[in-house]
Ligand binder design. Structure first.
Ligand SMILES: Cc1cc2nc3c(=O)[nH]c(=O)nc-3n(C[C@H](O)[C@H](O)[C@H](O)COP(=O)(O)O)c2cc1C
Length: 293
């Protein structure tokens, strides 16, 4: 399907784009008005855009029903400070409850049952239950228009970062396995980012990989190796030399049984290389593949 935003209603645009740009982290923003009224609302049009200076951006869209400004934005125009509370899975229902269109004077901390605790630097309170919080000062508010759904970008500098101790290892680093945050998708779908959905991808080495285009044709056009596996093979700088010390009994068997049929042998060799890649051993995968080159 191909869609042009100019052919779509505001709600249709929201529908398709919320699926396209997902999962999105959630900025659960606490703000305060000039007369001290506290607000707490979630915004998933949110991300980190700079580390030095430390800058996050989120977007408060104009209300769909009458294109008016939401209370969060009104507060930020009065007091340009906020806390971004990252949302753990255990807070999802309270967060959802707070997103209802309560009257201006209602404090969503009270409605959601979440606990307000003072921040270090800024005036709005923080959500105690949140494991990661960013105290921020607004640098700029950039309006993207006056229509219903038009984003008002809040560009904010992070002035204080909080990580709860239980997310940390003994040597003061983040224990990634303890992270349990939620993110927003399209419609009413959410994602859960925790140990079960995390995986590591090791950064390419300092010397750039040879690239897919440098792989021999028989490997690049393999019917066995996947795109991810080809990219792993292409991540080293050049095709390695044969290592006489490399021994793989399965490879010996393949050579023995399939030498009369080179096509089948190649496929078996590729399957074995794929197994080595799955075990994270690119070097062994190459040693196996060298047999057919
Ligand atoms: C998970 C989630 C994400 C949301 N993301 C946004 C968003 O990015 N921008 C926005 O304007 N509204 C977003 N909303 C809706 C606001 O939270 C909602 O309009 C809220 O009532 C605004 O409150 P306020 O008027 O007190 O500021 C989201 C709601 C939920 C539940």
């Amino acid at each position: 399907m191909i869609l042009y935003p100019t052919d779509l209603s505001p709600l249709e645009k929201q529908y398709w784009l919320n699926f396209a740009v997902a999962p999105r982290p959630i900025c659960f923003a606490s703000t305060i008005s000039a007369n001290g009224g506290v607000n707490l609302s979630p915004f998933s049009y949110f991300n980190l855009f700079s580390t030095s200076p430390a800058v996050v951006v989120f977007s408060v869209t104009r209300r769909m029903k009458d294109s008016s400004l939401k209370h969060t934005l009104q507060n930020l125009l009065e007091v340009p400070e906020l806390v971004i509370n990252l949302v753990s899975e255990s807070m999802v229902q309270a967060m959802n409850l707070s997103s209802a269109d309560y009257p201006q004077e209602v404090n969503e901390f009270t409605k959601s049952g979440l606990t307000a605790i003072p921040a270090q630097v800024v005036r709005p309170p923080m959500v105690k239950e949140s494991m990661i919080r960013l105290e921020c000062r607004v640098m700029e508010i950039k309006s993207l228009g006056e229509n219903a759904g038009a984003g008002q970008l809040v560009i904010a500098e992070v002035v204080c970062i909080h990580f709860e101790n239980e997310l940390l290892t003994e040597d003061g680093k983040v224990d990634a396995t303890k992270i349990d945050l939620i993110a927003r998708g399209g419609e009413e779908y959410y994602y859960r980012a925790n140990a079960s959905s995390q995986f590591r991808v090791v950064r390419p080495p300092a010397i750039p990989g040879m690239g897919i285009d440098a792989l021999p044709d028989s490997i690049r056009k393999s019917e066995v190796l996947t795109g991810n596996q080809l990219a792993l093979l292409a991540s080293i700088s050049e095709i390695p030399e044969v290592n006489p010390a490399f021994i793989d009994s399965h490879l010996q068997q393949i050579i023995q049984y399939f030498s009369i049929n080179p096509t089948e042998m190649e496929q078996e060799v590729h399957r074995l290389a794929a197994e080595w890649l799955q075990k994270g051993n690119t070097e062994a995968a190459w040693q196996v593949l060298l047999v057919t080159l």
